[in-house]
Design a protein around this ligand. Structure first.
Ligand code: G4P
Length: 292
């Protein structure tokens, strides 16, 4: 079951962004390094056209460094794209971004021909944190909870950096475009989308199935197990047993075990995890396109 946002939202976003894009020289696209494919919106590529793009794989502090390296190589194959892993909470590295913009557009810059940059990305990937870090102050955030903002807003944050870079965020809200069912789960597991139609236990089962396969050692270490369970439900039951999540009669409370697992994933307690690799996505896309 894929997550569906509001019908027509994509068309509204397309219209508003296309019009603002006329005044943009360079796009900074922010993604979540743990799920770069699932947190990417294809509208960005469609609308930026020939403009250079810096793809930021943000929250690298939470992602598996080896997998992030694979994604950087994958994105750098795209024409006009410079990919950069980052944690926008890390100020020094983030503040080097304006120089990268200047390098990509050496013909612009200076007060007369300032570089006009649009920061794009789905909610929760770290756009506001990035803008605040670059601005050196906290700017008000436009609400983007699906339950709160049903209409694409045209409110936009704009700042000028060092007199030669004009930075603006996406006009309106770019919800994720989900064509691959696994992407809805990955967005939910990482907390990129919080209010989903997917049952919380289902989200935890999806995560557990992946973890027992891809991060067996982490699971064993975190929950002090003798060996890693081989199934999703097996892992939730072990977590429930170890953490005393029991209902009357000694039945394991899977809801509480699910909450523990998801919390541990999102907080980094299980270490740096990535939930998709370029290879996995190529295989999944082939299945989706084959109509299976
Ligand atoms: P947005 O504008 O794209 O919607 O994202 P925003 O900057 O609001 O960031 C969403 C959450 O992600 C924030 O946490 C923020 O602190 C966190 N975040 C942003 N960049 C990074 C990063 O590089 N590393 C880590 N670890 N976290 C990052 P929050 O306000 O606590 O919200 P939430 O976590 O409860 O969603």
């Amino acid at each position: 079951m894929a997550v569906q946002w509001y019908p027509g939202h994509m068309n509204k976003a397309r219209k508003i962004i296309r019009s603002s894009m006329k005044e943009v020289d360079l796009v900074i696209e922010v993604m979540d390094a743990r799920i770069p494919f699932s947190s990417e919106n294809p509208l960005v590529k469609e609308l930026r056209q020939h403009r250079p793009c810096i793809k930021i794989l943000n929250k690298e502090d939470l992602a598996d460094p080896e997998v992030t390296r694979l994604w950087l190589g994958h994105f750098e194959k795209e024409k006009g794209v410079k990919a950069q892993a980052l944690s926008v909470l890390e100020k020094a590295k983030t503040k080097r971004l304006p120089d990268l913009c200047r390098k990509l557009l050496p013909e612009r810059g200076g007060a007369v021909k300032s570089i006009r940059v649009m920061i794009m990305g789905i909610p929760n990937v770290g756009k506001s944190t990035l803008i605040n870090t670059l601005a050196g102050k906290t700017l008000a955030k436009v609400g983007d909870e699906p339950a709160v903002t049903k209409h694409v807003s045209s409110a936009q944050q704009r700042i000028i950096l060092d007199g030669d870079i004009a930075l603006s965020d996406t006009p309106g809200i770019l919800w994720p475009k989900i064509e691959n069912e696994n992407s809805s789960y990955r967005l939910a597991v990482t907390g990129a989308i919080k209010n989903t139609a997917i049952d919380f236990e289902d989200i935890a089962l999806f995560a557990a199935e992946y973890l027992v396969d891809a991060y067996e050692d982490r699971v064993v270490e975190r929950y002090k197990l003798k060996q890693c369970p081989t199934t999703d439900i097996g892992l939730l039951e072990e977590i429930g047993r170890k953490r005393g999540c029991l209902r009357p009669g000694g039945v394991i409370d899977l809801q509480r075990a699910s909450e523990i697992l998801i919390h541990d994933i999102r907080s980094g307690a299980l270490g740096r995890l990535s939930f998709e690799t370029p290879e996995m996505i190529a295989a999944e896309t082939a299945v989706v396109e084959g109509g299976e």
